[in-house]
Write a protein that binds this ligand. Structure first.
Ligand SMILES: Cc1cc2nc3c(=O)[nH]c(=O)nc-3n(C[C@H](O)[C@H](O)[C@H](O)COP(=O)(O)O)c2cc1C
Length: 320
Protein backbone atom coordinates (compact mmCIF):
# COMPACT_ATOMS: atom_id res chain seq x y z
CA UNK A 1 0.00 0.00 0.00
CA UNK A 2 1.08 3.57 -0.65
CA UNK A 3 1.36 5.18 2.76
CA UNK A 4 1.42 8.83 1.78
CA UNK A 5 -0.79 10.72 -0.65
CA UNK A 6 0.40 10.26 -4.24
CA UNK A 7 2.42 13.16 -5.56
CA UNK A 8 0.98 15.21 -8.40
CA UNK A 9 4.07 17.42 -8.60
CA UNK A 10 5.76 17.84 -11.97
CA UNK A 11 8.72 19.62 -13.51
CA UNK A 12 8.85 21.48 -16.80
CA UNK A 13 12.51 22.33 -17.20
CA UNK A 14 13.37 24.25 -14.04
CA UNK A 15 9.77 25.05 -13.29
CA UNK A 16 8.40 22.95 -10.47
CA UNK A 17 4.64 22.84 -10.07
CA UNK A 18 2.57 21.19 -7.33
CA UNK A 19 -0.04 20.03 -9.82
CA UNK A 20 0.11 18.93 -13.46
CA UNK A 21 -2.73 21.25 -14.53
CA UNK A 22 -2.06 24.40 -16.52
CA UNK A 23 -4.78 26.81 -17.58
CA UNK A 24 -4.62 27.36 -21.34
CA UNK A 25 -3.53 30.70 -22.77
CA UNK A 26 -6.43 32.99 -23.65
CA UNK A 27 -8.89 30.93 -21.59
CA UNK A 28 -8.24 31.93 -17.97
CA UNK A 29 -7.29 35.60 -17.89
CA UNK A 30 -4.57 35.87 -15.28
CA UNK A 31 -6.46 33.65 -12.85
CA UNK A 32 -8.00 36.52 -10.89
CA UNK A 33 -11.22 36.22 -12.88
CA UNK A 34 -11.70 32.66 -11.57
CA UNK A 35 -10.77 33.24 -7.93
CA UNK A 36 -14.39 33.62 -6.81
CA UNK A 37 -15.35 30.26 -8.33
CA UNK A 38 -12.46 27.96 -7.48
CA UNK A 39 -9.45 27.55 -5.22
CA UNK A 40 -6.53 28.79 -7.28
CA UNK A 41 -4.03 27.12 -4.96
CA UNK A 42 -5.22 23.86 -6.52
CA UNK A 43 -3.97 24.62 -10.02
CA UNK A 44 -0.51 24.15 -11.46
CA UNK A 45 -0.16 27.48 -13.26
CA UNK A 46 -1.99 29.94 -15.49
CA UNK A 47 -0.63 30.55 -18.98
CA UNK A 48 -1.42 34.19 -19.70
CA UNK A 49 -3.01 35.49 -22.91
CA UNK A 50 -0.37 35.88 -25.61
CA UNK A 51 1.22 39.31 -25.76
CA UNK A 52 2.83 41.01 -28.77
CA UNK A 53 5.32 43.84 -29.20
CA UNK A 54 2.65 46.37 -30.21
CA UNK A 55 -0.97 46.61 -29.00
CA UNK A 56 -3.53 44.73 -31.12
CA UNK A 57 -7.25 45.41 -31.33
CA UNK A 58 -7.88 41.89 -32.60
CA UNK A 59 -10.19 40.67 -35.35
CA UNK A 60 -13.60 42.05 -36.33
CA UNK A 61 -16.59 40.54 -34.50
CA UNK A 62 -18.17 38.01 -34.24
CA UNK A 63 -15.14 36.25 -32.79
CA UNK A 64 -16.73 33.20 -31.24
CA UNK A 65 -19.03 30.54 -32.69
CA UNK A 66 -20.41 27.60 -30.73
CA UNK A 67 -20.04 24.26 -32.49
CA UNK A 68 -21.54 20.87 -31.58
CA UNK A 69 -18.53 19.78 -29.54
CA UNK A 70 -16.51 22.88 -28.87
CA UNK A 71 -16.08 26.37 -30.21
CA UNK A 72 -14.47 28.34 -32.98
CA UNK A 73 -12.59 31.47 -31.98
CA UNK A 74 -10.85 34.16 -33.95
CA UNK A 75 -9.82 36.69 -31.32
CA UNK A 76 -6.79 37.72 -33.35
CA UNK A 77 -4.34 38.12 -30.47
CA UNK A 78 -6.09 41.14 -28.96
CA UNK A 79 -3.74 42.50 -26.28
CA UNK A 80 -2.43 45.82 -24.97
CA UNK A 81 1.17 45.30 -26.17
CA UNK A 82 4.22 44.52 -24.07
CA UNK A 83 4.86 48.07 -22.74
CA UNK A 84 1.41 48.49 -21.23
CA UNK A 85 1.42 44.89 -20.10
CA UNK A 86 4.67 45.20 -18.17
CA UNK A 87 3.64 48.44 -16.54
CA UNK A 88 0.02 47.70 -15.64
CA UNK A 89 -0.57 43.94 -15.62
CA UNK A 90 2.61 42.15 -14.64
CA UNK A 91 3.09 43.95 -11.26
CA UNK A 92 -0.19 42.41 -10.07
CA UNK A 93 1.01 38.87 -10.64
CA UNK A 94 3.67 39.01 -7.94
CA UNK A 95 1.03 39.51 -5.26
CA UNK A 96 -0.87 36.33 -6.11
CA UNK A 97 -0.24 32.84 -4.76
CA UNK A 98 -0.60 31.08 -8.10
CA UNK A 99 2.13 30.85 -10.73
CA UNK A 100 1.79 32.58 -14.09
CA UNK A 101 3.53 31.70 -17.35
CA UNK A 102 3.93 34.47 -19.91
CA UNK A 103 2.92 33.76 -23.51
CA UNK A 104 4.75 35.46 -26.37
CA UNK A 105 3.38 35.97 -29.89
CA UNK A 106 4.92 37.81 -32.81
CA UNK A 107 5.35 38.20 -36.53
CA UNK A 108 9.14 38.02 -36.84
CA UNK A 109 12.00 36.42 -34.93
CA UNK A 110 12.88 39.89 -33.71
CA UNK A 111 9.36 40.39 -32.31
CA UNK A 112 9.52 37.15 -30.37
CA UNK A 113 12.97 37.97 -29.05
CA UNK A 114 11.97 41.45 -27.94
CA UNK A 115 8.83 40.36 -26.07
CA UNK A 116 10.40 37.19 -24.68
CA UNK A 117 13.40 39.00 -23.22
CA UNK A 118 11.36 41.73 -21.58
CA UNK A 119 8.77 39.35 -20.15
CA UNK A 120 11.32 36.83 -18.93
CA UNK A 121 13.23 39.56 -17.10
CA UNK A 122 10.32 39.98 -14.68
CA UNK A 123 10.30 38.00 -11.43
CA UNK A 124 6.51 37.74 -11.53
CA UNK A 125 6.70 35.54 -14.63
CA UNK A 126 7.58 31.93 -13.75
CA UNK A 127 8.24 30.68 -17.28
CA UNK A 128 7.76 31.60 -20.93
CA UNK A 129 5.55 29.96 -23.54
CA UNK A 130 6.23 30.81 -27.18
CA UNK A 131 2.97 30.83 -29.10
CA UNK A 132 4.30 30.12 -32.58
CA UNK A 133 0.96 28.62 -33.58
CA UNK A 134 -1.87 31.16 -33.49
CA UNK A 135 -4.19 30.38 -36.42
CA UNK A 136 -6.31 33.53 -36.19
CA UNK A 137 -4.04 36.22 -37.54
CA UNK A 138 -3.65 36.90 -41.23
CA UNK A 139 -0.96 34.65 -42.70
CA UNK A 140 2.06 35.19 -40.46
CA UNK A 141 0.56 33.84 -37.24
CA UNK A 142 1.14 30.18 -37.85
CA UNK A 143 4.09 30.42 -40.19
CA UNK A 144 6.59 29.66 -37.46
CA UNK A 145 4.94 26.46 -36.26
CA UNK A 146 4.51 25.27 -39.86
CA UNK A 147 8.18 25.55 -40.78
CA UNK A 148 10.88 23.52 -39.00
CA UNK A 149 13.61 26.04 -39.89
CA UNK A 150 11.67 29.03 -38.61
CA UNK A 151 10.73 27.10 -35.49
CA UNK A 152 14.38 26.34 -34.85
CA UNK A 153 15.36 29.95 -35.44
CA UNK A 154 12.81 31.52 -33.12
CA UNK A 155 13.37 28.95 -30.36
CA UNK A 156 17.17 29.19 -30.55
CA UNK A 157 17.00 32.99 -30.42
CA UNK A 158 14.68 33.05 -27.41
CA UNK A 159 16.67 30.29 -25.69
CA UNK A 160 19.66 32.59 -25.78
CA UNK A 161 17.72 35.31 -23.98
CA UNK A 162 16.44 33.54 -20.88
CA UNK A 163 17.26 30.74 -18.47
CA UNK A 164 13.63 30.42 -17.49
CA UNK A 165 11.66 27.41 -18.66
CA UNK A 166 10.81 27.82 -22.32
CA UNK A 167 7.67 26.06 -23.52
CA UNK A 168 7.02 26.01 -27.26
CA UNK A 169 3.38 25.71 -28.35
CA UNK A 170 2.88 23.68 -31.50
CA UNK A 171 0.18 23.76 -34.14
CA UNK A 172 -1.86 20.77 -35.30
CA UNK A 173 -2.30 22.48 -38.69
CA UNK A 174 0.78 20.87 -40.19
CA UNK A 175 1.57 17.73 -42.17
CA UNK A 176 4.02 16.34 -39.63
CA UNK A 177 4.02 17.79 -36.11
CA UNK A 178 6.90 15.55 -35.06
CA UNK A 179 9.32 17.32 -37.43
CA UNK A 180 8.51 20.66 -35.76
CA UNK A 181 8.68 19.13 -32.27
CA UNK A 182 12.09 17.66 -33.02
CA UNK A 183 13.46 21.04 -34.17
CA UNK A 184 12.00 22.86 -31.16
CA UNK A 185 13.71 20.43 -28.78
CA UNK A 186 17.02 20.61 -30.65
CA UNK A 187 16.88 24.40 -30.53
CA UNK A 188 16.59 24.41 -26.75
CA UNK A 189 12.93 24.19 -25.76
CA UNK A 190 12.42 22.86 -22.22
CA UNK A 191 8.89 21.64 -22.93
CA UNK A 192 6.29 21.54 -25.70
CA UNK A 193 2.63 22.56 -25.53
CA UNK A 194 0.63 20.25 -27.80
CA UNK A 195 -1.71 21.52 -29.32
CA UNK A 196 -3.07 24.94 -30.24
CA UNK A 197 -6.46 25.13 -31.99
CA UNK A 198 -7.38 23.37 -35.24
CA UNK A 199 -8.34 25.61 -38.19
CA UNK A 200 -12.06 25.64 -38.91
CA UNK A 201 -14.96 27.60 -40.36
CA UNK A 202 -18.73 27.96 -39.98
CA UNK A 203 -21.23 29.50 -42.43
CA UNK A 204 -24.62 31.09 -41.70
CA UNK A 205 -27.00 29.44 -44.14
CA UNK A 206 -29.56 32.26 -43.80
CA UNK A 207 -27.25 35.17 -44.59
CA UNK A 208 -24.80 33.11 -46.68
CA UNK A 209 -21.94 34.74 -44.78
CA UNK A 210 -19.13 33.15 -42.80
CA UNK A 211 -20.11 33.30 -39.13
CA UNK A 212 -16.75 34.64 -37.93
CA UNK A 213 -15.72 38.19 -38.75
CA UNK A 214 -12.32 36.75 -39.63
CA UNK A 215 -13.97 34.06 -41.82
CA UNK A 216 -11.78 31.30 -40.36
CA UNK A 217 -10.96 30.49 -36.76
CA UNK A 218 -9.48 27.97 -34.39
CA UNK A 219 -11.54 25.04 -33.17
CA UNK A 220 -11.13 24.02 -29.52
CA UNK A 221 -13.00 21.80 -27.06
CA UNK A 222 -13.89 18.08 -27.09
CA UNK A 223 -14.15 18.00 -30.91
CA UNK A 224 -10.36 18.24 -31.18
CA UNK A 225 -9.45 15.85 -28.36
CA UNK A 226 -8.65 12.81 -30.54
CA UNK A 227 -6.51 15.00 -32.79
CA UNK A 228 -4.67 16.35 -29.76
CA UNK A 229 -4.19 12.94 -28.12
CA UNK A 230 -2.68 11.61 -31.34
CA UNK A 231 -0.39 14.64 -31.61
CA UNK A 232 0.87 14.08 -28.05
CA UNK A 233 1.30 10.36 -28.73
CA UNK A 234 3.36 11.04 -31.84
CA UNK A 235 5.42 13.89 -30.39
CA UNK A 236 6.21 11.82 -27.28
CA UNK A 237 7.97 9.31 -29.51
CA UNK A 238 10.47 11.80 -30.87
CA UNK A 239 11.32 14.13 -27.98
CA UNK A 240 12.70 13.64 -24.50
CA UNK A 241 11.44 16.94 -23.07
CA UNK A 242 8.09 17.10 -21.24
CA UNK A 243 4.85 17.72 -23.13
CA UNK A 244 1.90 19.78 -21.91
CA UNK A 245 -1.08 18.04 -23.54
CA UNK A 246 -4.12 20.08 -24.41
CA UNK A 247 -7.23 20.07 -26.59
CA UNK A 248 -10.71 19.32 -25.31
CA UNK A 249 -9.91 18.22 -21.77
CA UNK A 250 -13.08 18.37 -19.66
CA UNK A 251 -12.84 15.41 -17.30
CA UNK A 252 -10.25 13.34 -15.44
CA UNK A 253 -10.61 10.56 -17.98
CA UNK A 254 -9.75 13.05 -20.73
CA UNK A 255 -6.70 14.20 -18.78
CA UNK A 256 -5.63 10.58 -18.28
CA UNK A 257 -5.72 9.96 -22.03
CA UNK A 258 -3.15 12.70 -22.52
CA UNK A 259 -0.93 11.51 -19.69
CA UNK A 260 -1.02 7.92 -20.94
CA UNK A 261 -0.19 9.17 -24.46
CA UNK A 262 2.96 10.80 -23.08
CA UNK A 263 2.06 14.20 -21.62
CA UNK A 264 3.74 15.17 -18.33
CA UNK A 265 1.19 17.92 -17.70
CA UNK A 266 -2.17 18.86 -19.12
CA UNK A 267 -3.72 22.21 -19.94
CA UNK A 268 -7.39 23.11 -19.70
CA UNK A 269 -8.82 25.84 -21.92
CA UNK A 270 -12.34 25.86 -23.31
CA UNK A 271 -13.78 23.76 -20.44
CA UNK A 272 -13.11 26.66 -18.06
CA UNK A 273 -15.69 28.78 -19.86
CA UNK A 274 -18.52 26.43 -18.88
CA UNK A 275 -17.25 25.04 -15.57
CA UNK A 276 -14.48 26.86 -13.69
CA UNK A 277 -14.17 23.97 -11.24
CA UNK A 278 -12.97 21.49 -13.87
CA UNK A 279 -9.24 21.93 -13.03
CA UNK A 280 -9.79 21.48 -9.29
CA UNK A 281 -11.93 18.39 -9.86
CA UNK A 282 -9.36 16.85 -12.19
CA UNK A 283 -6.61 17.29 -9.61
CA UNK A 284 -8.70 15.66 -6.86
CA UNK A 285 -9.73 12.76 -9.10
CA UNK A 286 -6.21 12.20 -10.47
CA UNK A 287 -5.03 11.74 -6.89
CA UNK A 288 -7.84 9.26 -6.27
CA UNK A 289 -6.94 7.39 -9.48
CA UNK A 290 -3.32 7.02 -8.37
CA UNK A 291 -4.34 6.03 -4.86
CA UNK A 292 -6.69 3.33 -6.15
CA UNK A 293 -3.82 1.86 -8.13
CA UNK A 294 -1.22 2.15 -5.38
CA UNK A 295 0.86 4.53 -7.46
CA UNK A 296 3.14 7.02 -5.69
CA UNK A 297 3.31 9.72 -8.33
CA UNK A 298 1.73 11.00 -11.51
CA UNK A 299 4.95 10.22 -13.40
CA UNK A 300 4.18 6.54 -13.14
CA UNK A 301 1.41 6.72 -15.70
CA UNK A 302 3.03 9.10 -18.18
CA UNK A 303 3.41 7.49 -21.61
CA UNK A 304 2.14 4.10 -20.43
CA UNK A 305 -0.09 3.71 -23.51
CA UNK A 306 2.79 4.64 -25.77
CA UNK A 307 5.32 1.92 -26.51
CA UNK A 308 7.53 4.37 -28.37
CA UNK A 309 7.55 6.86 -25.47
CA UNK A 310 10.87 8.69 -25.58
CA UNK A 311 11.01 10.58 -22.32
CA UNK A 312 12.93 9.96 -19.12
CA UNK A 313 11.86 12.81 -16.86
CA UNK A 314 12.29 13.28 -13.17
CA UNK A 315 9.26 13.24 -10.96
CA UNK A 316 9.06 14.14 -7.34
CA UNK A 317 8.67 10.92 -5.42
CA UNK A 318 8.98 8.80 -8.52
CA UNK A 319 11.11 6.09 -6.96
CA UNK A 320 8.86 3.11 -7.19
C1 LIG B 1 -10.96 32.10 -26.79
C2 LIG B 1 -9.61 31.46 -26.94
C3 LIG B 1 -8.46 32.26 -26.96
C4 LIG B 1 -7.21 31.67 -27.09
N1 LIG B 1 -6.10 32.48 -27.09
C5 LIG B 1 -4.86 31.91 -27.15
C6 LIG B 1 -3.69 32.71 -27.09
O1 LIG B 1 -3.73 33.94 -26.95
N2 LIG B 1 -2.49 32.08 -27.16
C7 LIG B 1 -2.36 30.72 -27.28
O2 LIG B 1 -1.23 30.21 -27.32
N3 LIG B 1 -3.47 29.93 -27.33
C8 LIG B 1 -4.70 30.49 -27.27
N4 LIG B 1 -5.81 29.69 -27.31
C9 LIG B 1 -5.65 28.21 -27.46
C10 LIG B 1 -5.77 27.49 -26.12
O3 LIG B 1 -4.78 27.91 -25.20
C11 LIG B 1 -5.68 25.95 -26.29
O4 LIG B 1 -4.43 25.61 -26.82
C12 LIG B 1 -6.76 25.41 -27.23
O5 LIG B 1 -7.98 26.09 -27.04
C13 LIG B 1 -7.00 23.90 -27.06
O6 LIG B 1 -7.37 23.56 -25.74
P1 LIG B 1 -8.90 23.47 -25.23
O7 LIG B 1 -9.64 22.60 -26.19
O8 LIG B 1 -8.81 22.93 -23.84
O9 LIG B 1 -9.44 24.87 -25.24
C14 LIG B 1 -7.09 30.26 -27.21
C15 LIG B 1 -8.25 29.47 -27.19
C16 LIG B 1 -9.49 30.05 -27.05
C17 LIG B 1 -10.71 29.15 -27.01
Amino acid sequence: MVETQPSLAIKLGKLELPYPTLMGSGCYGSGEEFAQFTDLRKIGAVVLKSVTRLPRVGNPTPRLVHTPAGMLNAIGLQNPGIDWYLEHEVPKYGRRPWRVIGSVAGFSVDDYAYVCERLAARDEIAAIELNISCPNVASEGETFACDPNLTAKVVRTCRGLTDKTLIVKLSPNVTDITAIAFEAEAAGADALAVINTVRGMAIDVDTWHPRLGNVTGGLSGPAIRPIAVLAVYEVARVVTIPIVGQGGIETTRDALEFLLAGATAISIGTANFTDPRVPERIVEELREYLLNRNLASIGEIVGKANVGFATAHEYEGDQG
